[in-house]
Write a protein that binds this ligand. Sequence first.
Ligand code: TXE
Length: 491
Amino acid sequence: MLQVAERHALFIDNDTVEPVSGESLPVVDPSDGRVFAQIARAAAADVDRAVRAARRAYDGAGTEPAAGPWGRADASERGRVLRRWADLIDAHREALAAIESRDTGKPLTQARADAQALARYFEFYGGAADKLHGQTIPYRHGYTVLTLREPHGVTGHIIPWNYPMQIFGRSVGAALAAGNACVVKPAEDACLSLLRVAQLGAEAGLPAGALNVVTGLGGEAGQALAEHRGIDHISFTGSPDTGRRVAQAAAAHHCPVTLELGGKSPQLVFADADIEAALPVLVNAIVQNAGQTCSAGSRVLIEASVYHQVVGMLADRFNSLRAGPAHDDLDLGPLVSRRQQQRVWDFLSEAQAGGLDFAAQGVVVDDAPAEGFYQAPVLLADVPPTHRLAQEEIFGPVLAATRFENEAQAVALANGTPYGLVAGLWTRDGARQLRLARQLRAGQVFVNNYGAGGGVELPFGGIGRSGYGREKGFEALYAFTTLKTVALRHG
Ligand code: TXE
């Protein structure tokens, strides 16, 4: 079993720092429910210390703006640091995967993929850092007008527990590449990998204060970060309710926000689809990370003429899925916490009470510790589209199947939740592919494939209750800059 240090301090100014209160929070292993480490419990004073460290890295001590070691670093130098960091992450991939797997409960193979994605984010944004530039704009005679893409300054990053490394990569990678200094608040349920990744950042050459990690509770450290007047931009990934609170706190000091708030993403399967090709993708989209994925394909909408065939094939696969301890590396690990397990149980109790059809259920292996937070994957058939199970994000391995009669109904069902993050479309009809790609209300549409979790290069984000703003790809770099227009009259 992996050994990790018992107590983890905050990471500020490239150093380990104790919180002012000296208090800790327990770290629980979801596979057996046992406490195996402690993290520091930051409060407002610690967040303030981290923000001031970031400000020094960005602005320096003098009066000239952006004159700190990170603020004045050339774009090419920022890129080199990120690429060195990517190499270090690759070199430590196994250790990082082991930490992430134990802390979140995700099977080792999935944690390895997360570490690989983190390295890929830094490689991508490291390469992009010196390719981000403004434009010149044709204006009146005698003028030259240009735009400058400038960093916000100090950015705040509130990270959830489901993909700590990936979400850190997409958010912090883009922010640092654009020239910002960062303060990160990981989720209290999963911090350990990010504390290690931050140390590797210092080894890669990040100057003190360019990246700071404050662990603690959302309502304390997270809220303090969103409220802090020294923060110039906040990116948040988490639940819609907390996202609203973060946006309200940020609005009080006119701080721009990017919100990614999850989804209830549909996959549409038409009768003309390559069903054999679709099946493993449909299953993986809800089973990956035990369904705790913002872009999980948690609804499958199936054309009536193939409904029974597809549900039958899905059921066969669901019945063979196994959940067990993270280190056993099965199809699924446990859920992240007792609270998340209870949330999924509540949804399933409601499904049972409402007489929904449990078409298939995988197993939790016999030797899984009784105190772990396990949930076997469940396939629900004929879920009425207005039922809460077809409307709300469950964030567990529960797939809701619903049938449709025609294309118009398929689109209406797909668009019929308050969310709009991702949609998947399975059909061989080229005209329909293009038509529906336009009609589906989502930030990403996948045709004959589905990208739950991945896609470093692909702009990602939602509409409606799924949030706003875009992360990933080049688009994220724009979000982490502010645009200045300079108009020169020279005659
Ligand atoms: O989320 P929270 P929770 C959804 C998913 C899940 C549900 C609840 O449906 O079941 O949310 O999970 C920090 N000010 N998603 O309670 O509260 C918190 O410390 C500032 C979807 O864990 O949104 C953590 O770092 N920050 C999602 C982060 O917010 C605060 C991923 C997310 O926690 C705060 C996670 C506050 N007042 C959950 N309160 C996705 N989009 O992938 C909490 N936090």
